[in-house]
Design a protein around this ligand. Structure first.
Ligand SMILES: [Zn+2]
Length: 388
């Protein structure tokens, strides 16, 4: 056992490396029981936790290896809008998808809601060292109405049938592209007639799946919330009446603040051919903090998602937490990326006998969420899979 730094003063967090407690590769030796001591969030109580066979225990376990004392412990982070298996040009090879998942894991993301991937990543479910994933199948869009190679592209009369296919392909979510640039109109426009979207959402619900949609502009989010959708991605076109309706119905919002920073770049890229679109994107960007802030204020359930995959790098959940904290405070942002998001997606809370998926920090993230960019320990299924 070795200290990572000089003997700390009273109350300083300590981390202990132990080769038998670390298993970052598949096929590693059986994990030894672990012991963690620190302030457990969200409760804020000093706790001792033991881990054996991948599960948490609140009673001491013989032979447990202490991996931290006086640290800050949170339920594993959630990236609620992430794409594993997707690169800038579309589908990526298995080794690239694996690296994406590892990058997210090492940032503390232990549960991903995959918001659409062109490849089947169910092989990840057999890997103890990779995050848990809840999938939305593949994005559903119309021909030439989304990024090339990303989506299953169908005309509106095929939407219901495609939703059935993707509901079966996913793990309880379906992802629609709600709006995108319409080249004839030269601006954002909804992809789906509202009545067809409503029928597709109803069919998904019959199959036990929830539906979410990419919405940048005003019209699509207005229509899809009224059509009974379960979630909205980005949501920059929200107004007060739709925000009120989302709050009332508990419709989730994953704003992907990391991605909203790219709107001026999207506007610049479209400027020459689509000046109205460019102006629109800049306006949505200019009021994004007011829009998302109003949704938080109104009680819409807002969760952390980075939109990693495609052109956005993986592992940015700490950056998203930092942006959310500016809008809703640190406790809100941490819950949006951890305990509240886990509860929303059906993951268990930190208690006896459940998943030992934890992320551990060297300082209090409620004081400064920036520490969430640098987890000291990541424990997945009862093993230390990452330390820094
Ligand atoms: Zn996305």
């Amino acid at each position: 056992m070795s200290h990572h730094h000089a003997p700390p003063g009273l109350g300083e967090p300590e981390f202990f490396a132990h080769e038998r407690a670390v298993a970052s590769v598949p096929g590693a030796p059986e994990a030894v029981p672990l012991h963690l001591n620190g302030v457990l969030l969200p409760d804020g109580e000093v706790r001792d936790l033991w881990v054996v066979d991948g599960l948490l225990r609140s009673e001491p376990v013989a032979g447990a290896v202490t991996v931290c004392r006086g640290a800050w412990i949170m339920p594993g982070l959630v990236d609620a809008h992430c794409h594993v298996g997707l690169g800038a040009q579309g589908a990526v090879p298995v080794d690239v998808a694996e690296q994406q998942a590892l990058t997210d894991r090492d940032a503390g993301t232990l549960l991903i809601r995959d918001a659409g991937s062109p490849v089947d990543t169910h092989w990840i479910d057999d890997r103890d060292d990779l995050p848990r994933i809840i999938r939305a199948g593949r994005h559903i869009a119309r021909p030439k109405r989304y990024i090339r190679n990303y989506a299953e592209e169908v005309d509106p009369d095929e939407l219901v049938a495609e939703v059935e296919r993707q509901a079966r392909r996913g793990d309880g979510w379906v992802k629609l592209v709600g709006d995108w640039i319409d080249r004839d109109a030269g601006d954002l426009a909804p992809l789906w007639p509202a009545d067809i979207a409503a029928a597709a959402i109803e069919r998904a619900h019959e199959l036990g799946a929830r539906v979410t949609a990419h919405c940048f502009g005003e019209e699509s989010v207005h229509e899809l919330v009224r059509a009974g959708i379960d979630g909205i991605e980005h949501g920059t076109g929200l107004d007060d009446t739709t925000i009120a309706l989302m709050a009332e119905r508990g419709v989730a919002l994953v704003p992907t603040l990391v991605n909203l920073e790219n709107f001026p770049g999207f506007a610049d890229a479209g400027e020459a051919r689509f000046p109205a679109y460019a102006t629109h994107m800049r306006a949505l960007h200019a009021r994004r903090l007011a829009t998302i802030g109003a949704a938080i204020e109104a009680g819409v359930p807002v969760f952390a998602g980075t939109d990693a995959g495609g052109t956005i790098q993986h592992g940015l959940v700490g950056t998203e937490i930092g942006l959310l904290a500016r809008l809703g405070g640190t406790g809100f942002a941490l819950g949006a990326a951890s305990w509240r998001a886990r509860e929303w997606l059906g993951a268990p809370p930190v208690e006896d006998g459940v998943w030992a998926d934890l992320v551990v920090y060297a300082s209090d993230p409620r004081v400064d969420v920036e520490v969430t960019r640098h987890p000291s320990l990541v424990v997945l299924r009862g093993r230390v899979v990452h330390r820094s």
